[in-house]
Design a protein around this ligand. Sequence first.
Ligand code: 3HC
Length: 693
Amino acid sequence: MTDAVSYTLEGNLGVIRVNNPPVNALSHGVRSGMAEALTTAAEDTSEAVVILCEGRTFIAGADITEFGKPPKPPFLPDLLAQLDNHPKLTVAAIHGTALGGGFETALSCNYRVALASAKVGLPEVKLGLLPGAGGTQRTPRLAGIATAIDLMTSGNPIPAEAALQKGLIDHVARDNLAEEAIAYAKQLVADQAPKRQASAITLTLNESDRELISKARSNLAKKTRGESAPQRIIDCIEASAELDFDAGLKRERELFMACMEDPQSAALRHMFFAERAAAKIDSIDTSVEPAQVQRVGIIGAGTMGGGIAMCFAQAGIQVTLIDMSDEAVTAGISKIKANYDISVKRGRLSQDQVEAIMSQIKSSTHFEDLADADMVIEAVFENLAVKKEVFARLDTICKADAVLASNTSYQSIDDIAAATSRPESVLGMHFFSPANVMKLLEVVKGDKSSDRVIATAMAVGKRIGKTSVLSGMCYGFIGNRMLRPYAREAALCMMEGASPAQIDAAMEQWGMAMGPLAVGDLAGLDIGYKAREQLTDEQKGDPASYCVADRLVQAGRLGQKSGAGYYRYDPETRQRIADPDVDAIIDSCRQELGIAARAVSDEEIVDRLILALANEGARILEEGIAQRASDIDVVYCYGYGFPRHRGGPMHYVQARGLAWAVKRMTEFQQNLNQDNWSIAPLIANNAERGEAL
Ligand code: 3HC
């Protein structure tokens, strides 16, 4: 048929084999090959057609790389109409993951067989899309409204056995999929089984279905705030019952095209490829083998060390958690247990699973117990002298090929490495708090870190379920370095007239998980205060950018932990409440610094904060600290609550136009502060040349 699709007549069966590595995506070659194979099968002596895939998976969806390019026929909906109306009985044989357009292909067959290890799903929502080849119409017809809502709005695949229970597949194969699917198809022919078509089912909504739909709408409005695809999916599900199949398909197509043209989908597709690109280190030869990591030592049993220990233990890696005293170690282990108790209570883990995880964690007060560790991660407090002392001791104890990592947020990896006789074994592994929850891991390359050590940290990150991004060495690495100008602009907007509540609401409305001042309260305002104490006035920068924060700390308002910071916090619900005392502090800072309050619009707040991020991001790129602009987007979406449907700060600015960014920053230069708004040459030059970042 084509290179990607073959067709053979085997006895009374026509067998279509798809072979389009790596994931059998429905590229043009697959669509045209399948269309041709179906035409042949319609006319030959076959009595049934089986669709099988080679390689690691059944079709994992439309080819995302073709999106945004001029479409080439045959189009997927037309191919699936051909499949649905095929004169022969059709059977899909599923292994690996049947996703998106791949699962829609299977749903257009009369019967579906899946290997027990297979999963099926409709993940389009994660790309800002909806299933656009009949999935929204066939799924509710086969499995009901509740399953259709879950499957399509979560985007999470379900195992074969669950799909069988829900009526989405018809048979689970235990061993050899090809053999069992062929035998199953032959049996269907022998039994003269009916040509079942999901499209022929008529669906009506009862009262409880209507309730489910309206509940889903309001839940999604909160959970996926600002995203259009989830609500459009619900529109399609409603259409599956209110319209006939063809009219439902037409509605699905209209809404699919609306999603496709929506900048949200472009942003989410950018994130899909950004996440995968981040795993690739351009400067390291693919022949460099990461070291095997079976035993990990963690130094510091505080919140961070404990969270990191949980990540490793959950991945089945043995952990030795070290602290100075028995009390500290016991407190650390108790905190981990308390976290797992909550997971058991919420039904996320069983008691047995928790016991298995806890059995991976040993504790000790002796560094000597790290002698056989393959990797050690230091998570003691942020003090260079203390960290250097820890690494000097590790140097005398750890085996020669151990990876020695620091979880520092700011300190120089090179200074830490210099405390050892093996700087090539040292690097940064910067986890984000809470470490057992946050997906981001910044792998920080010191001047002397070896390729093998970097490759090992990246591989370990993947194994423990993190999205890892490589960063070069600079103060704050990628993420925290960018946070400084972002926080500066938030503080300046406040001094110029916006209240903390306005700033946080503007940013949250725009899509940030939490506004910048609420984040400050959550992290603790004393952290920045203590860091500023070490700096000269010049290093601290404009007093307007920290005057209020300093005053709050001096008034004992450290943030959530002290019950008050930029807000007061309800002791029970932790709800933030605007506080007139804070307004008074802001007013007195304004008077002291001679700043007159003015109205600051939400639009100005958003533009200033996001452009401050992107401008610093561009400098980070210029300096080679980040490998690529999309890595910065991954850092912000996974570590700082940046909305994925905006695609990260670099994508957002790129998509709005670098010329817009230059124009807006020039206005800020003229109207606000010349120094704060010096435009990164990369943005200025690329805007002029019309090139991407
Ligand atoms: N189109 C194009 N390329 C794809 C792809 C797709 N649908 N799915 C994966 N790839 C590429 C990846 O970019 C990666 O390329 P790289 O090696 O150059 O970086 C390669 O295939 C392997 O992918 P992963 O690294 O993700 O491999 P895993 O084994 O970890 O995961 C997977 C496999 C579960 C299939 C995962 O790739 C995945 O979730 N893919 C996306 C599935 C999806 O979203 N499908 C729906 C598409 S939209 C659609 O179908 C619209 C329809 O309704 C009309």
